[in-house]
Design a protein around this ligand. Structure first.
Ligand SMILES: [Fe+2]
Length: 557
């Protein structure tokens, strides 16, 4: 074990809940420390994943006990067993606790000869009729940018059944990478200090993030479902590489990818699949909803395209030549039917999952994935919101983006905007194979409510809730001039699919699904400078569910 890891463990001690009671009879004889509390996730109607991290006092693997009870008194134990903590899994312990009853809450804990872990709270999915499902949706939680008031706020909300993290749960950069030093919040020092590349690096980064008291508490009291985006691996990752991966100095991508996936499987309370690179999966919430979780980042994604490649040869030939080059690129490359974001196998699987969900009469098909799906064009007046001090390169980038926007083209080719045929296939699948489709997205750091076109009778094929980031800076960092609301007004005016946006705040959303509607609370915080930053605003949006006509458009307010 390294020096830094020992330091991390010492730092964890005040956060470890009192392990006062003696361990249960028959429990393990292993002595050691529960270093990062407990977590749970991937609930089904009869099982849930339980997680803890137990570092034995003496070297070698250790056996610890676990138990699930009807409530926190642990008088009625409904499931128990033993599990192994070992260095191979970074001492993370995961149990698939089975034989539970559908649609109810449980308490759970782990035990060792040194005492109990903190008590966790979790719940199972309902099996049949379910009146509602309330999800808290998170994305882009960067430790260096500040605290995580969104996690702390959600942990206190008794209505939340399930937390969904759509990725960028950690970031891979070293200190001063992202955020740059000038934007790093006091005291938010990441470990390790350098970019994470090896398995030990990835493990240590999770260990660092999971000492955050608000993230730790949220994991203790709510089940999570999580999928990775790029930063759990490296920036702008795709199947065979990443923008922030240099094979010459950082080794083979297949190795780094495998290490990142292993650390993710160890630290996230999600159900392990045989292939750790395979994270797409479905969780059913009775007959109310199917939560279909996708991987747009790694398993099938073709390499991102780059506007610079397309536009550079035309740049000194005038505006008409640039416009023609952009339109040709859109037609020939971005919209190429063979171009894929999910990969054929996952695309087929998604379609089959939608059909299965529709056939069993589920009201909602929830598509949890990483990237903004609504079309996003840069408004013509956006460059005017750049500060005077901005670099010439950034100004040129924004001006080019606004020029693309005038042609109705997206500047961001890392999102669905760079995979137009795949986006159309996705929306077609929602229109024909879903009852009421809602897409949950992250990645962009700002909040977007989109009506995704292509449904029946002018209705959306799906509505999209693309979440506010937990802490990562968004559009306001670049376009910082202008009156409050200027960015939002410009984006709304330039984008037809957009029903509402927040391009200013950090936060999260709650999404309540019933037979009648999806109701979203967009919870925005004034800042992330403190753990208990005040709520700046809560915006409500609502989309009606129908029996046979598909989801209705977002109604705001
Ligand atoms: Fe992010």
């Amino acid at each position: 074990m390294t020096k830094l890891t020992r330091r991390a463990l010492v730092a964890a001690v005040p956060l470890i809940a009192a392990a006062t009671a003696a361990p249960a009879r028959g429990a393990s004889t292993a002595r050691g420390t529960f270093t990062h509390s407990v977590a749970s996730g991937d609930p089904t109607s009869g099982a849930v994943i339980l997680w803890t991290r137990f570092v034995p006092a003496s070297p070698g693997a250790a056996t610890i006990g676990w138990e699930v009870a009807e409530d926190e008194t642990f008088r009625r134990i409904v499931a128990r067993g033993e599990a192994t903590s070992s260095l191979f899994d970074d001492y993370c312990v995961k149990v698939d606790a089975r034989g539970l009853a559908p649609g109810r809450s449980y308490a759970f804990r782990f035990s060792s000869a040194s005492g109990f872990s903190p008590t966790g709270l979790t719940r199972t999915a309902p099996a049949g009729d379910a009146r509602s499902l309330t999800m808290a949706v998170f994305s882009c939680s960067n430790y260096g940018f500040g605290h995580f008031p969104a996690y702390g706020h959600a942990a206190k909300n008794a209505d939340i059944d399930l937390c969904v993290h759509t990725g960028d749960y950690i970031y891979e950069y070293g200190i001063g990478g992202y955020p740059p030093l000038a934007d790093t919040a006091p005291g938010r020092v990441i470990d390790p200090a350098t970019e994470i590349v090896s398995l030990s690096d990835y493990h240590r980064r999770y260990a660092c993030y999971r000492l955050d008291p608000d993230l730790q508490e949220l994991h203790r009291v709510k089940p999570f479902v999580a999928i990775w985006d790029d930063h759990e691996l490296a920036n702008d990752a795709w199947r065979d590489g990443a923008q922030n991966h240099q094979p010459d100095t950082e080794g083979a991508w297949v190795v780094r990818r495998a290490m990142a996936a292993k650390a993710y499987a160890d630290w996230l309370p999600i159900r392990r699949q045989a292939d750790l690179l395979h994270i797409y999966r479905t969780l059913d919430w009775g007959t109310l909803a199917s939560v279909i979780l996708l991987d747009t980042r790694l398993i099938g994604r073709e390499k991102q395209l780059d506007w610079r490649t397309a536009l550079a040869p035309a740049m000194d030939q005038g505006e008409a030549a640039v416009a023609a080059a952009a339109q040709n690129y859109m037609r020939d490359e971005i919209s190429a039917p063979s171009r894929t974001l999910l990969g054929q196998a996952q695309e087929d699987w998604m379609r089959a999952q939608l059909r299965r969900s529709k056939a069993r009469g589920a009201t909602w098909q929830v598509l949890g994935q990483q990237l903004v799906m609504g079309k996003q064009s840069m408004p013509a007046d956006m460059p005017a919101l750049l500060p005077d001090t901005v670099s010439e390169g950034s100004r040129r980038w924004a001006t080019t983006g606004a020029g693309l926007g005038r042609l109705g083209l997206s500047w961001n080719l890392d999102s669905w905007g760079g995979y137009e045929a795949a986006r159309q296939r996705f929306l077609q699948a929602c229109a024909t194979d879903a009852n009421n489709a809602i897409v949950l997205s992250g990645d962009s750091h700002n909040g977007w409510a989109n009506n995704l076109p292509g449904g029946r009778d002018g209705r959306p094929a799906a509505v999209e809730m693309a979440g506010l980031s937990v802490s990562s800076g968004g559009m306001e960092r670049a376009f910082s001039k202008g009156e409050p609301g200027a960015r939002e007004r410009a984006m709304l005016a330039a984008n037809r699919e957009l029903a509402w946006c927040d391009a200013t705040h950090r936060g999260y959303s709650t999404v309540k699904l019933t037979r009648a509607a999806a109701e979203v609370d967009w919870i925005a915080f004034e800042n992330v400078a403190t753990r208990d930053a005040p709520v700046a605003s809560i915006t409500k949006s609502r989309a009606e569910a129908t029996r046979a006509h598909g989801v209705g458009s977002w109604q705001i307010g």
